[in-house]
Design a protein around this ligand. Structure first.
Ligand SMILES: NC(=O)c1ccc[n+]([C@@H]2O[C@H](COP(=O)([O-])OP(=O)(O)OC[C@H]3O[C@@H](n4cnc5c(N)ncnc54)[C@H](O)[C@@H]3O)[C@@H](O)[C@H]2O)c1
Length: 448
């Protein structure tokens, strides 16, 4: 394996550089799909070269879906912070896709800088690390003029979202195709339901609610991390392997999971909230291996038209569980996640459609091949910030305005990215991490 790029020098116009910059500068809009087709066939190869950055569960799944789209696609580069994850993902994908997985050892990159080399080799890159890295990786992929599939969330704090939004602007100027892993936008039941809501099926939408109340996810105690690595972990290694429980990596579960439901409400409302307030805490999941995040949040969001959304998310076993969105309008009501409308325009989705995880890749790759405009970056960033402002509200106990969240100078990132560098949050002598205390003025400057 190799940590440095070996593919810098290229002839001025290659098939790859064409795909990288479809519509970027000279007018790919003018060139259009026919030109792409002709060019690709003239070059004797219409293979789209894919790189995977972050070879965990979702990254491997997204690569599988990208490789299952129509036409020729090859996975040619992989990057991960840890070798074990990259090797596991590579074996799994190779078994499933055979020759479509063509990643030589010198195109497997390990470490914090691995993303740069993998991105350089690809026409399209999948970004699927923990979300704390997303603004950095997205910015680099845009800088290199690559098409992108980025998983959600797209950041964990105000500075990260501003950085992502600036790169999103540049991606539009360059005409890059950008998909964001908020797959409900590619799920036929949601599409048909929300199209009806936008058409006025229940009148003006005056109240909303959405939930991700469930049992929580994996955790890797220190001894297990030591086994994975073959040595006692540094604090940075420990946090990276338990990224879910640290705000600088994950954003808390309100950002990592509940974003999906908040995103649906923003989609229905065709905008983002203007302010919110809420409450939350750590009631059950209090052991030290659960890092610093809360186990429940309840937030009330206010939209520009004065309508409110009641949002809840919970990671506690043995409680009522619901992952859903509902809205009420002046002429009826809608179970958005259940794809059902009640009232004068009653309607029920009859089923059908593809797995949305596959559909989102089918749509993105079709846009690349046909050179059609395709960019989901902005709403991905707005939905992420909606969740971040909810976290700021529950951690602080204050009303948080959209602009305050967006312009927050609280940067959760470490100063240096290295496994022997200082992690941005430290455990106390007993191994417990500091947990935000709502209402405590000493915490506020660390939250928003
Ligand atoms: N759209 C969805 O429904 C959905 C579902 C699951 C996960 N996700 C998202 O996908 C992302 C990954 O989640 P996951 O469940 O695959 O986690 P995971 O822990 O299985 O995978 C993350 C991978 O990224 C690697 N990594 C960490 N930091 C890195 C860095 N700086 N550079 C390169 N590699 C790095 C890790 O070693 C790991 O292999 C998250 O943002 C998550 O929210 C989305």
């Amino acid at each position: 394996m190799n940590q440095s790029s070996n593919q810098q020098a290229k002839s001025p116009i290659t098939r790859r550089s064409f795909l990288q910059t479809t519509a970027t500068t000279v007018g790919a809009a003018a060139l259009g799909s026919l030109a792409l087709e002709r060019f690709a066939h003239a070059a004797g190869d219409d293979t789209i070269k894919l790189a995977l950055v972050g070879c965990g569960g979702r990254g491997s799944g997204a690569a599988d879906q990208a490789l299952s789209t129509k036409g020729s696609v090859k996975l040619i580069a992989m990057a991960d912070a840890f070798r074990d994850r990259l090797d596991g993902s590579h074996n799994e994908l190779k078994n499933r896709h055979g020759d479509r997985v063509d990643v030589s050892d010198d195109q497997k990159f390990i470490g914090f800088d691995a993303y740069k080399q993998a991105i350089a080799l690809a026409d399209i890159v999948i970004l699927a690390t923990p979300p704390g890295f997303r603004p950095i990786h997205f910015e680099e992929a845009v800088r290199q003029g690559k098409n992108i599939f980025t998983e959600k969330p797209v950041g964990v704090d105000g500075p990260g979202i501003r950085r992502f939004l600036a790169a999103a602007e540049e991606s539009k100027t360059k005409g890059l195709k950008v998909g964001v892993g908020l797959q409900r936008h590619h799920q036929i039941g949601y599409l048909e339901t929300i199209q009806r809501l936008h058409g006025g099926a229940i009148g003006d939408i005056t109240s909303m609610r959405c939930y991700w109340n469930d049992a929580g996810v994996w955790v890797h105690p220190r001894a297990e991390v030591e086994k994975m690595l073959g040595h006692p972990p540094t604090e940075m290694e420990y946090q990276m392997k338990n990224w879910y429980y640290f705000v600088w990596l994950c954003g808390d579960h309100i950002v990592e999971q509940h974003i999906h439901n908040l995103d649906v409400i923003n989609w229905v409302k065709q905008g983002h909230p203007v302010r919110c307030h809420g409450m939350g805490g750590r009631q059950v999941r209090t052991a030290k291996e659960y890092g610093q995040i809360f186990d429940h949040h309840a937030v009330e969001y206010e939209y520009a038209d004065g309508s409110r959304c009641a949002s809840q998310c919970e990671h506690i076993r043995g409680c009522w569980s619901s992952v859903s969105e509902h809205v009420v309008g002046t002429k009826g009501r809608c179970d958005v996640s259940g794809h059902r409308i009640e009232g004068e325009n009653a309607w029920r989705f009859r089923g059908g459609g593809k797995n949305p995880y596959q559909q989102e890749h089918d749509d993105l790759f079709a846009a690349i091949r046909n050179n059609q405009p395709y960019n989901e970056a902005e709403y991905g960033a707005h939905s992420t910030l909606t969740a971040i402002m909810g976290r700021m509200a529950t951690y602080s106990g204050k009303v948080i305005e959209w602009d305050r969240a967006l312009n927050s100078e609280v940067n959760q990132a470490p100063k240096v990215y290295a496994f022997d560098a200082e992690a941005p949050v430290q455990p106390d002598a007993n191994g417990f991490y500091p947990v935000p205390v709502p209402g405590d003025p000493d915490w506020l400057h660390k939250i928003v």
